[in-house]
Design a protein around this ligand. Sequence first.
Ligand code: GLA
Length: 389
Amino acid sequence: METNFVRIFEIFKQHFPENPSMFFSPGRLNFIGEHIDYNDGFVLPAAINKGIWFAIQKNNHNTIHCIAADLNEVLLIQVNEIKKQQGWHNYILGVLHVLAEKHIEIKGFNCVFGGNLPQGAGLSSSAAIEAGLLFALNEVFQLKLDLLQLALLAQSAEHSFPGVQCGIMDMFANLFGKTNNAIWLDCVSLQHRTVPLYLDAYTIAIINSKVHHNLASSEYNKRRLECNEGLQLLTSLDKKFNSFRYIMPSDVITHQFILPATIYKRCLFVTEEIKRVKKAVELLDHKNVEAFGKLLFETHEGLKNLYEVSCPEIDFLVNEAKNYPQVVGARLMGGGFGGSVICIVQKNVASTIINAIISKYQQQFNINAEAYFVQPVNGTHEILSTSIS
Ligand code: GLA
C-alpha cells in the first residue's frame, strides 16, 4: 500500500470520527496537442501514477472541513457560505460553487487530501483536486453524475474562482485515463478512444524544472483571446474558416496579411499542432516511436517560437535532451512558463541520461530539477475498503 494513501487515511482518522471513503485522483501528462484543447483541436494525454489521495465522508451537519495534508492547512466553511478566497481553497470552493450553481445539493463533509503530485509542474494538480473532489462527492452523496458531466463541472470549477479559462484536457485525462494507454480526445465532440502505448524499449521521463513563472495564468488567458481574435479575422475572410480544425497552416500563411504579427504566430502554431496530433496518433498506431518522438521536438519549437509559452530553463532542458540520440522526443508540457519537460527515452540508459541533463541544469541555473519515470494509469477511482485494511 502506498505511504501517501496510508498517511491520508490516518490523518483523517486522527481528526474525524467517521470511516472515510478513499479515492485516488491522478495527475496527467500530455504526449502532444498543447494549447489546442481550447482551439477545437485533438489532444493525446494520459493519467499518470502520481496523484492525490482523498479521504472523505459526510458529517451530518452543514460544515465543510477540508485538510490539505501536504500544506498542513485547513479550509472550514458552512455549506451556504461559498465565496472566492485565496490559493488552494479556490479549487475546493470552485467545485462547491459550480455544484451550487447547477442546484446539485450536497451537505457537510470532512475531507483530507494530499499526495505526491508537485504543484506548478504542468502535471495538472489543480484538475486532480477539482475532478478528484467531484468524483468523490458524486460517490459519497450519490449524485449520479457520469464521468463526462464530472469533467465539464471540473472545467467550470477551474474557470470560476481559480480564474483560468482552461480547456477540457486535464479533467478528461484525470477521469478517463486507462492503464498503459494514452487517450485521444476530440475536444469539440468530446469523442475519445484509448491509444495503446507500445513504447517497448522506451520509457517516459518527466523533468520538473521547478520553475513556475507567475504570468502563467494571465498569459494563458491572453493566448485564448489572441486565438479567438485570429479565428474571427480568418472567418471574416472566408466562412469556412470557422474553426481551427478546418484551417491548414498554408491557409494561415496565405492570409497572413489580415493577421497582426503576434496573432499570425499563434494561429500558425495552432493549425500546425492540430496536424501534428493527427500524425502522432497514426505513428503510435504503427508503433513508430522514433517518428512520434520527432513530433514532440517540433511541438517544442512551436511552443517556443510561435506560441511563446516557453522559458530559458525549459528550453535548456529540451536542448540538453536533444544531445542524446537515445532521447527520441522531448518538449515543454502543459500550460508553460515553467513546469515540466516530457522526454521519451530509451529505457536501458534512461536514468543515466536524465541524471546528466539534471546535473547540467543544476550547473546552469542552480536549481535542483526532479525527474519522475511515470506510467499511464486508470483515471480517478475509489479505493475499496477491502484494500484499505
Ligand atoms: C493547461 C490547461 C489545459 C491545456 C494546457 C495546454 O494544462 O489546463 O486545458 O490548455 O494547459 O495544452
